[in-house]
Design a protein around this ligand. Structure first.
Ligand SMILES: Nc1ncnc2c1ncn2[C@@H]1O[C@H](COP(=O)(O)OP(=O)(O)OP(=O)(O)O)[C@@H](O)[C@H]1O
Ligand SMILES: [Mg+2]
Length: 348
């Protein structure tokens, strides 16, 4: 469900660079206090869209409004929008405190107000004790927090973050993801985060727009994106799944290579179906519930479960295994699933 009213309204925005259509008729609305993620492969137009919102790029066509006011004629520094760049740069010769204060000093705010706001923001990001440190004396995660503090201190209505965590290793990245979410609740600013990491988008955002070649392919809450991807592209991009082309007829999904398999009538008119690994059960080859028999190709240990790759008539199925005893490579297994778990995909 949409949170609040539309803060930012992007309508029919296109932008080309020579032959490249970086944005192709993009329309979307971002709500007040929302944590919104733009997700998509490299080159799909994510940064270009942020640059249009921030005012560093003019669209060839379309409109962008903030609180109903046309943003396009307003120069970047006058917009209530702040963009934290993909490769943020701190001033190396300035302390943490001065880095954070810089934007407010440029605005010529009274010194007392600057001190108060910087103190508050440093507390929020947990860097009070590092206020006198230089950037080179900080860890990657701490530098990232300084960059965030610098963006937040200006109190934008809308904070745009371009791959804010990409420079961090996996562990700090996980911590910073939680931090970002906490910060967003605490400061009450609308966040738009760009990432090409699906786990990051799915775990942080209230809604996610999945982009591909300048087009928004699907915009939904993470759970809906995962459970009801509409296209082969989104099913493939979000989570892992087995995708089977074919058509629905005679009460089953008719595949080219494997013949009919169980599916329900919601698959009528679909061009492919997806099966999530958690919907596929491994059973004994002789089990009467087995839909197909196959051979285990690989088993990937994942911590709380394992993922088995099973070959059936040249098709690779992924199945989650939660048993204590894992199947062994090259063993024969049966695969079973409920017809209702099959996800219909209606677009490429
Ligand atoms: N100033 C520019 N001049 C020419 N082409 C550009 C320019 N900016 C972007 N492009 C092209 O537009 C397309 C979209 O670029 P964009 O930077 O928006 O992608 P992205 O989704 O942010 O990718 P990444 O995940 O790699 O950062 C790409 O094909 C890119 O090469
Ligand atoms: Mg980018």
């Amino acid at each position: 469900m949409a949170a609040g009213t539309a803060l930012l309204d992007i309508h029919g925005v296109s932008r080309s660079f020579g032959d490249v259509r970086a944005l192709d008729d993009v329309s979307l609305q971002i709500h007040e206090n929302e944590f919104f993620a733009l997700l998509g492969p490299s080159g799909c137009g994510k940064t270009t869209l942020l640059r249009v919102i921030a005012g560093f790029e003019q669209p060839d066509s379309g409109s962008v409004t903030l609180d109903g006011v046309d943003l396009l004629p307003i120069p970047p520094e006058k917009r209530a929008v702040n963009l934290m760049f993909q490769s943020y740069a701190l001033f190396p010769h300035m302390t943490v405190e001065r880095n954070v204060a810089y934007g407010l000093v440029c605005e010529k705010l009274p010194r007392a107000e600057i001190t108060e706001r910087v103190d508050e923001v440093l507390r929020t990001v947990g860097l009070t004790d590092k206020r006198s440190a230089l950037p080179r004396e900080l860890s990657g995660g701490q530098r990232q927090r300084v960059a965030l503090a610098r963006a937040i201190v200006k109190r934008p209505r809308l904070l745009l973050l371009d791959e804010p965590l990409s420079a961090l290793d996996r562990k700090i990245r996980g911590e910073m993801q939680m931090e970002l979410k906490r910060l967003q609740h605490e400061v009450g600013i609308t966040f738009v985060v760009v990432t090409h990491d699906q786990d990051e988008a799915m775990s942080l955002a209230d809604r996610v727009a999945v982009m591909d070649e300048g087009v928004v392919r699907q915009l939904d809450a993470p759970l809906d994106l995962y459970r009801r991807p509409r296209s082969i592209f989104v099913a493939d991009f979000i989570g892992s799944s087995t995708i089977l082309r074919g058509s629905y007829a005679d009460g089953a999904w008719q595949t080219a290579g494997m013949g009919p398999i169980p599916a329900d009538p919601s698959c009528t008119g679909a061009l492919a179906v997806a099966l999530r690994p958690e919907s596929v059960r491994l059973v004994a080859p002789s089990d009467t519930t087995a839909v197909r028999r196959g051979r285990v190709q690989e088993v990937y240990f994942q911590g709380d479960h394992a993922l088995a790759l099973v070959h059936v008539d040249g098709v690779s199925f992924l199945a989650n295994v939660r048993d204590d005893v894992l199947p062994t490579r090259d063993s024969d297994v049966g695969l079973a699933w409920d017809a209702a778990a099959v996800i219909p995909l209606f677009e490429e």
